[in-house]
Design a protein around this ligand. Structure first.
Ligand code: PMV
Length: 334
């Protein structure tokens, strides 16, 4: 029986960026984004990507639009690689339109690839009629960008490196309401970063210090997870800084060396240490970029933010709470 009903293959998802407390740095299997070590993160309430995906037999070509600009480069290729995985799983051969918006600067080391690829994984899979489990969603997001595997989880997540593609995905350590901490993202540069994390992942395993790092990690992971679960902020913060500095030491001593820090980064690090000496507990970490994430207890966020914004190199700050992970939205972008 002919029906006038036409199913619409369209869905919209929202997803947070995340800050890694223990970092993913170095890929055991670069094609499948399988890491050398487990990583731990918190989702960020105010660094968000919204993505709408539509599959339609009338679309003659695949289109990807990010923040109002049609993509034609490597980024479009990465998006379409994930779309192709979804097409393969769902047997949908049609053209696609992807539109995506960030509420924070892309490519500045605020993990826009994590929020971007996790939002894409959910919107594309739902648009294609797939009903993925959380584990399957984390794995699909991982194919786009390793850190995206953690953004699908509510609150605090651990990405277990696993033994193969099927066992390398993120799980929850604690829900967002577990710990009332804040991440003040201190933006000292909002331009596209000069060295991508992909380049960093490629050179890291050849660095002689990388083996030392891998040896130190299992104890650090255990300890930071414990501090997080017991809400021991001082212990947590000390391990957080140790881990951040170590990642950048690996980057700086790789061949060729990668320097993500700039003058503003150092100013913020110094300020955090100075503030701490005066009694406010705050600790820093950075991902693959110059911007600094200052982690503090909720009650200290306002005063800390005011102090940090007095540093001349600072462009702006974004205050984040622990957030839920990737979820669907009824309202589409187009
Ligand atoms: O997910 P990628 O390939 O962009 O790598 C992320 C790397 C870091 O942000 C530095 C660490 C992490 O675990 O998020």
């Amino acid at each position: 029986m002919a029906s006038s009903y036409k199913k619409i293959y369209k869905a919209t998802a929202v997803s947070p960026a995340n800050i890694a407390f223990i970092k993913f740095w170095g890929k055991k299997n670069p094609k499948r984004n399988i890491p050398f070590n487990d990583s731990i993160s918190m989702n960020l309430s105010n660094c968000i990507t919204t993505t709408t995906v539509e599959f339609n037999p009338r679309f003659r070509s695949d289109r990807v639009i990010l923040d109002g600009r049609e993509l034609k480069d490597e980024k479009k290729f990465r998006v379409l690689k994930m779309i192709d995985l979804v097409r393969e799983k769902s047997n949908i051969p049609w053209g696609v339109k992807v539109e995506s918006k960030n509420n924070f600067p892309s490519d500045a080391g605020i993990a826009s690839s994590a929020s971007g690829f996790s939002a894409l994984a959910l919107s594309a899979s739902v648009a294609a009629g797939l009903n993925l489990s959380l584990k399957e969603l984390s794995i699909l997001a991982r194919f786009g960008s390793g850190s995206a595997s953690r953004s699908v989880i509510d609150g605090f997540a651990q990405w277990n490196k696993g033994k193969n593609s099927n066992s390398s995905y993120a799980i929850q350590i604690a829900p967002p309401e577990h710990w009332d901490v804040r991440d003040i993202v201190v933006v000292v540069e909002a331009e596209k970063k000069k060295k991508s994390s992909t380049e960093g992942h490629t050179v890291a395993p050849k660095n002689p210090f990388f083996t030392v790092r891998q040896k130190l990690l299992s104890k650090r992971i255990r300890n930071i997870k414990n501090a997080l679960l017991k809400k021991n902020f001082k212990k947590f913060g000390e391990l957080l800084e140790e881990e951040a500095i170590e990642l950048h030491i690996i980057a700086m001593t790789s061949k060729p060396p990668i320097f993500y820090w700039n003058k503003g980064t150092i100013e913020v690090i110094n300020k955090v240490r100075e503030i701490r000496e005066k009694g406010i507990l705050a600790y820093f970490t950075m991902d693959a970029g110059p911007n600094v994430h200052v982690i503090c207890i909720a009650k200290d966020a306002k005063i800390l933010n005011r102090k940090l914004r007095r540093i001349p190199e600072i462009l702006f700050t974004i205050i984040n709470k622990p957030s839920v992970g990737t979820h669907l939205l009824k309202k589409h972008l187009f």
